[in-house]
Design a protein around this ligand. Sequence first.
Ligand SMILES: [Zn+2]
Length: 57
Amino acid sequence: MSRHIIFKCPRTGMNVQHRLDEVPADKAEDAYRSVNCPACTLTHFIHRRTGKLLGEA
Ligand SMILES: [Zn+2]
C-alpha cells in the first residue's frame, strides 16, 4: 500500500504530490524520506507521516 502526500517545493513554491510507501511501525523512527522533486528536479527530505519538509517549522 502507499499513499499520497502533498508538499510545497521550497525552490519553486509549487505544491507537489508524491506517493509514499506505507511505513511499517517498527521503522517509524526513520521518519524522513528523500524524494525526487518533479518541480525543481532536486531532492527534498519529506517526513513520512506529516509530509513536512526537513527543517520546516
Ligand atoms: Zn522541489
